[in-house]
Design a binder for this molecule. Structure first.
Ligand code: FAD
Length: 521
């Protein structure tokens, strides 16, 4: 007999994990061992444009979790299955083989994942042997909890936040509390005729079709450690005055030492309201890869931020430091709620159906130049090369690069959304889709179609000294002054830097025309 916790790609942690805590409590109550299961699904990864970086990150996290769970005599069994339609019946067979009475999981809100879980529940119900228990854990407040007066979900962020913030305050007392760690199994489980073998299984080194070359694996794993401790240390550094991560380079929270002391004696959290849009400095938490894979809970982020603020009462909507940061976590909740309530956004449809008919350019050379960071617009190229190098981008960089693809190059936002999922280690359907549909003016609460970023003005505002560009676009490393934002043609030619693919003013007019006269131009 046993209890199973089914870990998935978005809840990969031992600390503060609701389904795991429930599974552990059930195992204690029944006096049976707790087992942890992870099923890799290459077909789902392909269908959801998951890139090799994210899959590799998943495997690295699993290796670490396996070691940590083994200290509690809890086995982690990782296996790979395709086709994905067979996963529910495969899991059910495994549960019968293990004689499991319950399986616990945290809900993933994308359509395919919901269907998969539902299918397992139906199979289990038919056989009547295993209880399936899936609950909310991804968001700070679960989808469905934040509603308008007439009981609907919000589709505009500001009123969502005004409703979310007081609910958070009300819920604070119990909602944000850290959940108990799983209790260790009785060590005799290591002698169990079936479960003993699970300790001997290994986490696969790679998933076929999603392998990283050794150089890339090394580079990405230097940027992003795959441990819960690393995520918590990054959070601590973001919240405290003592330490910061490096400006653009490797984030090494586990080994970086005293030289990282922030000379301004102000935490990044305290400066966040004013500084968050600056791409040339280390202004944000860089926790998105960890939040996206669930290595740290969003709950823990809010809990620790509130503690660090030292304030008894916080007006999340108005506060410019900690409150401003919590507002970003509310964006994450908002977009996840949208995916849960409006599944069409995870099916490649614009939220605003009227924009389904916008006419897009099909220029493969332009798309490739954008992916490679060779558009001839330095800030866009720096942004894309940051993504290609680190698997991560600053939020402003994402907005500028996305808006440029959609409005300047007039290329379908879904192609950009797909590329971000492939290269970003923090790829998350809800936030990525939300960000892209915002940029394409097709989403919930989007940028209006006629409000188009001028990438050169954005560059001057968010990277005034040009350090971000110089770092990621080495051709321009020696260009001094404002020319780095828009190098004159002769200088660009001399440095081997491309000329702009399009003229921004003309492209802007074209975009406005296409959006205004859908179906005509
Ligand atoms: P911080 O500023 O420290 O914010 C803390 C956390 O709040 C983030 O880690 C993230 O979980 C959440 N958050 C912050 N801003 C947003 C936002 N606008 N929307 C949703 N959540 C937010 N974020 C992802 O996690 N995965 C994605 O795939 C993703 N794709 C994006 C695509 C586009 C086109 C755009 C414009 C934004 C996208 N974002 C995505 C949101 C945002 O850019 C990143 O979450 C942020 O840059 C991560 O950096 P950070 O952890 O330092 O953020």
């Amino acid at each position: 007999d046993c209890i199973v916790y089914w870990m998935r790609m978005e809840d990969m942690r031992i600390r503060d994990n609701r389904a795991l805590a429930h599974a552990s409590a059930q195992a204690q109550k029944d006096g049976v061992p707790l087992l942890v299961l992870f099923v890799l699904s290459p077909q789902d990864y392909a269908a959801h444009d998951r890139g090799a970086r994210r899959v590799d990150f998943t495997l690295r996290i699993l290796e670490n979790i396996k070691t940590e769970l083994a200290k509690l005599d809890i086995p982690l069994y990782t296996t790979s299955r395709s086709p994905r339609t067979k996963i529910p019946s495969f899991i059910h067979d495994l549960l019968l083989q293990w004689n499991a009475s319950h399986i616990f999981g945290n809900i993933e809100y994308e359509v395919d994942e919901l269907r998969r879980d539902l299918s397992l529940c139906q199979i289990a119900k038919k056989h009547g042997k295993v209880a399936c228990l899936f609950g909310h854990d991804k968001c700070i407040l679960p989808p469905g909890d934040v509603r308008t007066k007439d009981g609907r979900g919000y589709t505009v962020y500001s009123p969502f936040l005004r409703s979310w913030a007081p609910l958070l305050e009300k819920a604070n007392a119990h909602h944000l509390d850290e959940l108990p760690l799983p209790t260790a199994n009785n060590p005799s489980v290591r002698q169990h005729p079936v479960f003993a073998n699970l300790f001997k299984t290994e986490v696969p080194r790679e998933v076929k079709g999603f392998s990283l070359g050794p150089e890339e694996r090394e580079r990405i794993s230097t940027f992003w450690h795959a441990e819960e401790d690393a995520a918590h240390e990054m959070l601590r550094r973001f919240l405290s005055t003592a330490a910061r991560t490096t400006q653009f380079g490797a984030v090494d929270p586990l080994t970086a030492g005293a030289q990282d002391v922030d000379p301004t004696k102000k935490s990044r959290l305290a400066k966040y309201g004013d500084a968050r849009d600056r791409m040339d400095a280390d202004t944000t938490s860089r926790l998105s890869p960890y939040l996206s894979a669930g290595v740290i809970s969003a709950r823990a982020c809010v809990r620790e931020a509130l503690k660090a603020s030292g304030k008894k009462k916080l007006d999340v909507c108005r506060d410019t430091g900690v409150g401003r940061w919590i507002q970003e976590l509310a964006w994450r909740d908002f977009y996840t709620h949208i995916v849960a309530l409006f599944p069409r956004v995870s099916m490649g449809r614009p939220f605003q159906e009227k924009y389904a008919g916008v006419r897009w350019e099909t220029n493969a050379a332009h798309l490739q130049a954008w992916k490679d960071g060779r558009t001839g617009v330095p800030v866009v190229d720096a942004a894309m090369r940051q993504a290609n190098t680190m698997g991560w981008m600053h939020n402003r960089a994402r907005m500028i690069a996305a808006m440029y693809l959609v409005k300047d190059l007039m290329i379908d936002w879904r192609l950009g959304e797909q590329y971000f999922m492939e290269v970003l280690i923090d790829g998350d359907l809800a936030s990525n889709n939300g960000g892209w549909q915002w940029s394409a003016s097709t989403g919930v609460d989007p940028a209006p179609y006629f409000r188009i970023f001028n990438p050169y003005t954005q560059s001057l505002k968010t990277d005034p000294g040009g350090e971000y560009i110089r770092h990621f676009v080495p051709e321009l490393a020696k260009v001094r002054g404002a020319e780095v934002h828009n190098p004159p043609p002769a200088l660009a030619d001399k440095l081997g830097y491309p000329r702009p693919l399009v003229d921004h003013k003309e492209a802007r007019n074209r975009a406005i025309r296409r959006y205004k006269n859908i179906g005509e131009d």
